[in-house]
Design a protein around this ligand. Structure first.
Ligand SMILES: C[S@@+](CC[C@H](N)C(=O)[O-])C[C@H]1O[C@@H](n2cnc3c(N)ncnc32)[C@H](O)[C@@H]1O
Length: 234
């Protein structure tokens, strides 16, 4: 679904393409990037935004909740939710470069039998993503041009809770995004990052039956936790 720069609320989005080449996600989110994020998770656990997202998901999700993480990288967030009482997790990730590190983390945690990992673009192949009580996307919508399609799939899969994070729309993050995207353009890549409009994202999840229940922010990142309105789906 195409969106104009004006709809997306910021000049950093002018680099947006209809969609980038999915194969490029392996070149951007590499095994080196995976090693770095796994090392950081082993050393200090979740970053502060992910920790707050986990608190909300653990508080609002039912006992023994199932979890769907989209773009979960090495999987720190769903591992934390499993440690806090979730029963099963599925991770759908576009880049294949995380799998070695993710397998090591799973082996170390003893949780391998409760996690399913698939490599897919959930927008191109929504059938790869099962419904779950809790759906989480940490720092993912900013790596995908069509946030409406991505959040639409995520919200539809969330029986009870959806929680997602994204860059705050401010000069700092917009400038960083423009610089990053110039770097990708110079290297001939079609991959881009985005500062999508929070209002537009909230409108999408509302259209898909979710009501915002919590939010927070730090200097760069913002998160929103939502719950599904009406009777819970079985
Ligand atoms: C910045 S990384 C964040 C990884 C992890 N959530 C973290 O915070 O460490 C964004 C991830 O989202 C994944 N991603 C973006 N769009 C996706 C989509 N449509 N389907 C599946 N994964 C996606 C990318 O491959 C990438 O690994």
């Amino acid at each position: 679904m195409p969106h104009s720069t004006a709809e997306l609320g910021g000049w950093s989005t002018r680099y947006m393409t209809a969609c980038c080449d999915p194969a490029e996600y392996d070149d951007v989110f590499t095994s080196k990037y995976a090693r770095r994020t796994a090392k950081s998770f082993r050393a200090s656990g979740l970053d502060d935004t992910a920790a707050k997202m986990a608190d909300f998901a653990a508080d609002q999700g039912p006992d023994g909740a199932t979890v769907l993480e989209i773009g979960g990288g090495v999987g720190g967030l769903h591992l934390e939710l499993l440690r806090r009482g979730a029963s099963q997790a599925t991770n759908i990730e576009l880049s294949t470069a995380y799998e070695g590190e993710a397998a090591r983390l799973l082996a170390e945690s003893g949780l391998a039998d409760r996690v399913t990992r698939r490599n897919a673009d959930v927008v191109a192949d929504p059938s790869a993503a099962p419904e779950a009580d809790v759906v989480v996307l940490h720092r993912v919508v900013c790596c995908y041009p069509d946030f409406a399609a991505l959040l639409g799939v995520a919200a539809d899969r969330a029986r009870r809770v959806l929680v997602f994070s994204y860059p705050r729309p401010r000069l700092l993050t917009r400038t960083e995004t423009v610089m990053e995207n110039l770097g990708y353009a110079i290297r001939g890549r079609t991959f881009r990052t985005f500062v999508h409009s929070p209002e537009a994202m909230l409108a999408v999840v509302a259209e898909h039956g979710h009501t915002p229940a919590i939010g927070g922010q730090n200097v760069r990142w913002q998160y929103t936790g939502t719950v599904r309105e009406g009777p819970e789906r079985p």
